[in-house]
Design a protein around this ligand. Sequence first.
Ligand code: SAM
Ligand code: SF4
Length: 355
Amino acid sequence: MLTAFFEGIPFRMGIVGTSIQPDGQNALIDGFGRRITYVRLSVTDRCDLRCVYCMSEHMSFLPKTELLTLDELDRLATAFVSRGVRKLRLTGGEPLVRRDLLDLVRALSRHLNGGGLDELTLTTNGTQLAKHADALAAAGIRRINVSVDTLDPDAFRATTRGGNLRQVLDGIEAARAAGLAVKINTVALKGTNEDEIEELIAWAHGLGMDLTLIETMPLGDIEPDRTDQFLPLSLVRERLARRWTLTDLATRTGGPARYVRVEETGGRLGFITPLTHNFCESCNRVRVTCTGTLFMCLGQESAVDLRAPLRASAGDELLNAAIDRAIFLKPKGHDFVIDRGRAPSVSRHMSMTGG
Ligand code: SAM
Ligand code: SF4
């Protein structure tokens, strides 16, 4: 093992053959021994909705010239795959508003066929799914996450600031018809959908879809006070347990969710609880924005630019060095706090980092 300094930052590396690789292997292992096998890649910061917990009403988006091109996104994703990343999730913003997204999916699916990737997947708000479901399935996507916070059309319009629930439900139908496994993501919101959570679970499970509940996280400035939105999932679980039998499952899908089976519905229910119980010690992921900034933790500001090394040369040496530097600097965990009047833990919105 050698210890070198890369731009003043301690960098551990071993030497294998002629290439320099961290810890004598190709794998991405952070300073706390966690192996990074999951990348969430944001393809755009834009969205056709403005969910009240995610964005402010008047967002300014990046000029399109700032975004990585399709080839650059492909090259970046491929560099991670060649470093042992097994799961790639395309996200945003809303990934399906990027016009060339399907070309990217088709290109990246070669890693599924070649065995480099176990899974290529997508998180979407579902508004454009009816149009794209068949093509996504044909391109190798097997599972998708769709965000649905309410089944009430008026509440949906209010929560998303203008969204049409019917479009999303039609999109989910099209995805299921195309053979995609759909998981529903629901952000639990105090006073908004808290009385509807059981209905949402019963609906999802009735259609054979898993549902994961998410605690709202303090990311970026929004108009409402997050203290008014925050609903601890410990409380939700307690309420659900009064009606249903919840059996803990050992299942892990490579994410932070902890799962239970709802015995009465037979379906799976996940809990993502970054505020009430974080699972940073087993974190296996990093996030890359649509401009090529690598965020090592959703809840920290630390980041490394991958766009400059990507553009600086046709080879991947500089890119790999920047990735190594970032992974070594991955923080131990986030310090999310939601308090009245307190600034968000990180200044960027979830739609910027890629949820
Ligand atoms: N537009 C797509 C969607 O809504 O599914 C993908 C991007 S969105 C940022 C990914 C996920 O992040 C969604 O499930 C959304 O509900 C969630 N999300 C956004 N802002 C959040 C926040 N502040 N706290 C918790 N979850 C958030
Ligand atoms: Fe758009 Fe998704 Fe954010 Fe809602 S949660 S505003 S759909 S990016």
